[in-house]
Design a protein around this ligand. Structure first.
Ligand code: ZN
Length: 436
């Protein structure tokens, strides 16, 4: 028995040593010289991907890539809807810091009460991931198929070239990238941000994965899954066309999840339950040299500090996220101690605010001012059993952590801008369910 354990330890030790060696040689000699590609697949729940345990093969390409990548099993967004969540990816700040709290939907709705349409944006004083890479000598390109990500909300800071569409679907995104290919690849390193929209409602019924179901909800889920597969195929096309396998650090994530009726609602931007904020996070290192599955809680705020680390820049004290490189190298301790603070604030007819704290195995949510819930992240993935009354002390501790952080963190000044939405844009938003 003792001998068996020793042998097992030895093999595990050897494997870790080999991985570290591969990672370190990759990091020191090469990583700074590669392109950086950030792919955000809108509305993608991690638990609908087979390499996160889903029963259907929604992502043959990403699953294959995951075999050669580092996959973070418990990654969380900072917000359950597009603009605040993507701004948090770009800035490594929580929404209550960068203050981009609402996208076009919320502004349009607020306009029904307040006719002076105002839009908030990422403050210019914040250095975004694009600017970090631009300053480090990368050419910078961005394409978003979600109208919420555009110039008016400050997302184009630092981009040499940026295009925003209104959900014109993955083939259109790819067609644009093909047009840009020479410019992107002709010389030097590049940063490319691609924001696919297809898993966002309204769901199309895509071959070959879609199977009709009699039950309306099951049918919608079948369509949602088919959109994931559809996006996966299109991402594969770009991966091969641009030859990212050998020359690129590729990060794949999502801005938020989707309700799919786990707590009675279909969409997102409605709560901070896990189905709306847990997202996939996969980092592919050039040549597929680091393959791991990691379970500590991580955040999409960690993407920017990780990129800084990889390109050899020191940590920026304003980043609220942490570089994931130490975690990949086996240093788990500080990740186990950290707290994450997803957030939702919106004002439609009334003001709604949700705050959440994730730590260790607990997820505490408060709908302000006082509807409080506590869920076990390990034993209750669907968050059906509220432990708040039994776990009152744990909940109080988590709430205190949020309040302390909110009080002490750096907050940026928001500048509100007038925005005019033309009729065509409003019609399009309406068809996407963005406007009532
Ligand atoms: Zn989104």
């Amino acid at each position: 028995m003792k001998k068996g354990i020793c042998k097992k330890k030895l093999i595990t030790g050897f494997l870790i040593f080999t991985l570290l060696l591969a990672f370190n040689s990759c990091k020191k000699r090469e990583l700074k010289d590669y392109n950086v590609v950030l792919v955000v697949i809108d509305t993608l729940r991690s638990d609908h991907l087979p390499f996160y345990g889903y029963k259907k093969n929604t992502s043959p390409f990403l699953s294959q890539l995951a075999e050669k990548s580092t996959v973070f099993k418990n990654a969380f967004s900072a917000a359950p809807w597009t603009s605040p969540a993507t701004a948090s990816i770009f800035t490594s700040l929580y929404p209550f810091q960068h203050k981009l709290l609402m996208g076009l939907l919320a502004i349009r709705r607020a306009n029904q009460i307040d006719p002076n349409l105002k839009i908030n944006k990422i403050p210019e004083e914040i250095t975004t991931i694009t600017e970090v890479l631009k300053n480090a000598g990368y050419k910078t390109f961005g394409i978003s198929d979600n109208l919420n990500i555009g110039e008016k909300q400050g997302f184009t800071q630092g981009f040499d070239k940026f295009e925003t569409y209104m959900y014109q679907k993955a083939p259109n995104v790819n067609a644009t990238l093909k047009k840009w290919k020479n410019e992107i690849t002709n010389e030097g390193k590049y940063f490319l941000y691609i924001h696919y929209m297809d898993p966002h409602a309204p769901y199309h019924r895509r071959e070959p994965l879609y199977v009709p179901k009699e039950d309306r909800q099951e049918d919608m889920i079948s369509a949602y899954d088919s959109e994931i597969h559809y996006t996966d195929e299109h991402l594969k096309e770009m991966f091969n066309l641009f030859k990212w396998e050998q020359n690129t650090l590729l990060i794949v994530t999502s801005d938020h999840g989707e309700g799919l009726w786990d707590h009675g609602r279909m969409g997102h931007g409605n709560s901070l339950y896990r189905e709306e904020i847990q997202v996939p996070l996969l980092i592919y290192f050039p040549g597929g040299k680091v393959s791991k599955r990691l379970t500590p809680l991580v955040s999409t705020l960690d993407i920017l500090p990780t990129v800084r680390d990889i390109i050899g820049l020191p940590r920026d004290e304003n980043d609220e996220g942490m570089s994931l490189i130490p975690l990949i190298e086996g240093k788990e301790k500080e990740f186990k101690e950290r707290h994450l603070f997803p957030y939702l604030w919106k004002k439609v007819k009334v003001e709604i605010e949700f705050r959440s704290t994730l730590h260790d195995k607990w997820h505490f949510i408060v709908r302000m001012p006082k509807k409080k819930e506590l869920y076990n992240l390990i034993g209750d993935k669907l968050e059906t059993r509220n432990h708040f009354f039994k776990g009152f002390k744990i909940a109080a501790g988590l709430e205190r952590k949020f309040n302390e952080f909110l009080k002490n963190c750096k907050k940026y000044k928001q500048k509100s801008l007038d925005i005019k939405l033309d009729n065509e844009k409003l019609e399009k938003l309406k068809s996407l369910g963005y406007v009532e």
